[in-house]
Design a protein around this ligand. Structure first.
Ligand SMILES: CC(C)(COP(=O)(O)OP(=O)(O)OC[C@H]1O[C@@H](n2cnc3c(N)ncnc32)[C@H](O)[C@@H]1OP(=O)(O)O)[C@@H](O)C(=O)NCCC(=O)NCCS
Length: 198
């Protein structure tokens, strides 16, 4: 009996110790520096930003990537410089951001969204994807870009707008506007004058 109670006390002590170690590990993780390991020198990461393990950055000293303070960037996201992500913005998993994309502050981007700045002129029948060019994308502050959205080059999305899941945005979106569909069309305004009746 004595052996059994000694064994129970030992197991309980080991359990408490394991809990304490886990709590300590969590505290250390919370206080860890924002950027994960292997952040390249052409990437600037603001304070308290959190970068997932599988995030890839591409750029050079002349094509930098800036990720603002308090951003969260989840695994599998790929960002090509030059690109700027504003403060407190959330990029869900597997977001794909091509060069010359600017995303504002407080934006939420759903999983598998794509910002495709490159396009081609129509070529002749031997190669319809003709001369290539890049046009910038700008996403205003506070926007919500739904899952699996594609935004094409040359598009500006105004502050406070929402793009419904699965949409393809081919033209500018005014501020405070919900758009959706392929191609995305205005669904309704979101400003104070456009509040829906209860
Ligand atoms: C747009 C959304 C926010 C719903 O907003 P809502 O104001 O509640 O919209 P409703 O469901 O009332 O639909 C309003 C209209 O938008 C259309 N709509 C809604 N979602 C749409 C979509 N994804 N694509 C195209 N049209 C859409 C509806 O068909 C409806 O059209 P109708 O009036 O002609 O019938 C939601 O559909 C959505 O896309 N959420 C994104 C979810 C997501 O990406 N999550 C990832 C986590 S970040």
């Amino acid at each position: 009996m004595q052996t059994l109670s000694r064994w129970v006390r030992a197991v309980t002590r080991a359990h408490l110790l394991a809990e304490r170690v886990a709590a300590l590990e969590n505290a250390v993780a919370a206080a860890a520096p924002p950027a994960g390991s292997g952040i390249p020198p052409y990437v600037e990461v603001g304070s308290e930003a959190r970068i997932g393990d599988g995030v890839d950055f591409f750029g050079t000293d002349r094509a930098r990537v800036a990720v603002g303070a308090r951003c969260r960037v989840l695994d599998g996201t790929r960002i090509f410089g030059p690109a700027t992500i504003g403060e407190g913005t959330f990029l869900n998993r597997d977001v794909y951001i091509r060069p010359r994309t600017t995303i504002g502050a407080g934006v939420s981007v759903g999983p598998f969204a794509r910002f495709v700045t490159e396009t081609h002129d129509l070529g002749d029948p031997t190669g319809r994807a003709g001369r290539g060019r890049t046009e910038p994308i700008v996403v205003g502050d506070g926007c919500w870009i739904g899952a699996d959205v594609t935004v094409l080059g040359g598009v500006t999305i105004g502050d406070g707008s929402v793009v419904a899941a699965g949409s393809v945005v081919i033209r500018d979106v005014p501020a405070d506007t919900l758009v959706g569909g392929v191609p995305a069309r205005v669904i309704r305004g979101l400003g104070p004058e456009a509040q829906r009746p209860e």
